[in-house]
Design a protein around this ligand. Structure first.
Ligand code: ARG
Length: 632
């Protein structure tokens, strides 16, 4: 980038980094391009360059330019925007080192990069930064001007399944989206803490312990804790329902059921759970075993998705003392009040207008004194703030819990912690419809992944020649299966519902996970076949890359760091995915025009440098999403 700056009179990277907000021309070519156009147009129009800088935007496709400016966005009074655009366009220098003369249509000015300088800066920039290309460590600094002040801390809470219960679509989406957000912030220089907040507390876990006493099997538990606990849970629950029905019937027949009720499973579970909350060592140790064994299992599955949690928190980890203390504080401050023996938060009386009404009247303490999901979340949030002193915290939870999180954040505010509430954010998402495997409805993440991998393996076998080249087909099928599920999930906006479609997601046609992997493996294979060394590629004469296909690939490559910056605003995986598919389409249409193997040596080196850069960027994008790019 420095060499590029030298081509422009009076330009330096430091000067533009100082002149524009969040501008990092040494990392992001588009920051450089925007600054350059803003400098020129400000001279021509007299408009504040910062206004121009933020008004320059991307185009929908490369044929519309690399950057576009709508003249009205500069808010110049007195003249028609069409005329202004025309005048400014005419005054734009004829021999600018970076851009062609802008194309003016109505009040739009479209700017096209000059091919040679773009090609000769972008490819070396990618070679220089490699796996770091697209990262921008300034975003997460406490003070972007002074790195010694340290990083900001981000908590991402995601996945959060419930022990002994199915891992449902909501958990799947939370896992995928949360893993991605954590990577995104980490790449942007934040100190990221990944927390899994397990559903692992409540009367139902007392019931589970009873089930284990009755029907538990040590061997099955250690071998497959998740399935064994789930089976016990299902069994004891159906027993309990049958028992309830019995008692109800006898009651109606006029029998005295007091003793039956006192010994019922429901009552035993309640008593057992009471022991757990009273910190009875035996009950607690048993519960900890179930929990630890389940976590060990979860860890293996998460590892397949390239996810590692820093903390397995959970509802069981919230301290009763803390809840007691906060409960008292809520009463004292008039946030909660008594209602039929329970404590409730009557938001309508506390928050004016429609908002108060929408927040409803949640219970925070049951009549028997026990806490609830919401109560635990309040304590957990404040506890986390004390422990981590976070700058921001994201909860990745289905939109079905929108109200719950609104209530939670509002209570934190009412407790007087406005500054903490302001740091919390709920990232929500829609439903997955029709999620079932071929073996029935989905219960666990492992089942989904195994089933998709099987399907993927079948698809791979259809191309026998290619199949025979794959060294470890099982592992590849597994990776492709995971990519299928993840890409399908990330294709639309988070809030949209989508239908789980095994055939569509595992296809190599269309914008799917397998297609993305195929595109990556294909650029990778060129390098293997070309047999060029790193030195060959580093010494390539990039000025040989003049074909439109080559230039277009470079124009897209240049957009990658800006795409990441934009993703930090949208927080949508689809922002990254849309970019990656544009890239793969540009690549696939280029191969016939830009032969590597078989071309004259110098041309071969230059084209290899181009495809190598594309390989780097595709890989960086895929890893950001949480995918494992395959080379074959
Ligand atoms: N375990 C919960 C469920 O399955 C999700 C937890 C979401 N996080 C939270 N802090 N409430 O519905």
């Amino acid at each position: 980038m420095e060499q590029l700056a030298q081509k422009v009179e009076g330009m330096s990277l430091d000067a533009i980094a100082d002149a524009y907000p969040n501008c990092h021309p040494e990392l992001n070519p588009f920051d450089f391009y925007r600054a350059h156009i803003s400098n020129i147009l400000s001279g021509i129009s007299g408009v504040d360059p910062k206004i121009i800088f933020s008004a320059l935007s991307w185009t929908a496709s490369l044929d519309k330019g690399d950057l576009i400016l709508a003249a009205p966005a500069l808010r110049v009074k007195g003249q028609k925007p069409d005329e202004l655009a025309k005048q400014w366009g005419e005054k734009f220098p004829d021999n600018d080192p970076l851009f062609e003369k802008p194309t003016v249509v109505n009040y739009f000015m479209a700017f096209f990069l000059k091919p040679a300088p773009a090609v000769e800066t972008v490819i070396p920039l990618i070679q220089k930064h490699g796996a770091q290309f697209g990262c921008n460590k300034f975003h997460g600094l406490k003070d972007p001007k002074d790195p010694s002040k340290g990083q900001k801390r981000m908590i991402v809470e995601f996945s959060s399944p419930n022990i002994a219960k199915p891992f449902h679509a909501g958990h799947l989406r939370s896992t995928i989206i949360g893993g991605f957000l954590a990577n995104l912030y980490q790449g942007a220089g934040w100190d990221v803490v990944r927390i899994n907040y397990l559903g692992d507390w409540g009367k139902q876990y007392g019931l589970l312990a009873l089930a284990f006493e009755k029907y538990g099997d040590e061997e099955a538990l250690t071998k497959d804790p998740i399935n064994h606990l789930f089976q016990l849970y299902v069994r004891i629950n159906s027993e309990m329902s049958a028992e309830k029905e019995q008692i109800e019937k006898r009651k109606q027949d006029g029998e005295d059921v007091a003793e039956l009720e006192a010994n019922s499973l429901d009552e035993q579970a309640r008593r057992y759970f009471k022991k757990m909350t009273d910190r009875d060592p035996v009950a607690l140790a048993q519960w900890k075993r179930f929990r630890d064994l389940s976590i060990t299992r979860y860890q293996d599955t998460y590892a397949r998705l390239n996810i590692k949690f820093d903390e397995y928190s959970g509802e069981s980890q919230v301290s009763e003392d803390m809840m007691e203390k906060i409960g008292q504080e809520m009463q004292d401050k008039g946030i909660s009040k008594e209602d039929k023996g329970a404590q409730i938060v009557d938001f309508q009386a506390l928050v004016p207008g429609k908002e108060g009404k929408r927040l409803e009247k949640p219970i925070v303490k049951k009549r028997d004194g026990t806490a609830l999901y919401l109560t635990r979340d309040i304590s957990e949030l404040l506890g986390r703030h004390e422990k981590y002193q976070f700058d921001h915290m994201i909860y990745v939870v289905a939109s079905a819990q929108d109200l719950h999180l609104k209530q939670l954040f509002k209570i934190i505010e009412l407790l007087g912690h406005n500054e903490i509430a302001a740091k919390c954010q709920h990232i929500n998402f829609g439903l997955v419809l029709g999620m079932s495997t071929r073996k029935g409805t989905v219960k666990f993440l492992d089942d989904i992944l195994r089933d998709v991998a099987d399907k993927m393996h079948e698809t791979m076998k259809k191309n026998e020649t290619k199949y025979n080249q794959v060294e470890n087909p099982d592992a590849t099928a597994d990776t492709l299966g995971i990519s299928s599920v993840m890409v399908q999930d990330m294709t639309g906006k988070r809030i949209n519902n989508y239908t789980f479609n095994m055939d569509a997601m595992t296809s190599f046609e269309g914008d799917t996970g397998p297609y993305l992997q195929y595109a990556h493996a294909r650029v990778s294979s060129i390098r293997r076949r070309a047999g060029l060394s790193d030195e060959d590629i580093a010494s390539a004469d990039l000025s040989l890359l003049t074909e439109a296909h080559a230039v277009n690939i470079v124009r897209l490559l240049a957009l990658w760091p800006d795409t990441v910056q934009n993703t930090l605003r949208t927080l949508e995986p689809t922002t990254v995915l849309t970019y990656l598919f544009k890239m793969t389409h540009a690549l696939s249409s280029s191969y016939d025009h830009l032969q590597v193997v078989g071309s004259e040596r110098e041309l071969m080196k230059a084209r290899m440098a181009l495809y190598d850069a594309a390989h780097t960027v595709l890989g960086n994008g895929m890893r950001l999403l949480g995918l494992s790019p395959v080379e074959r």
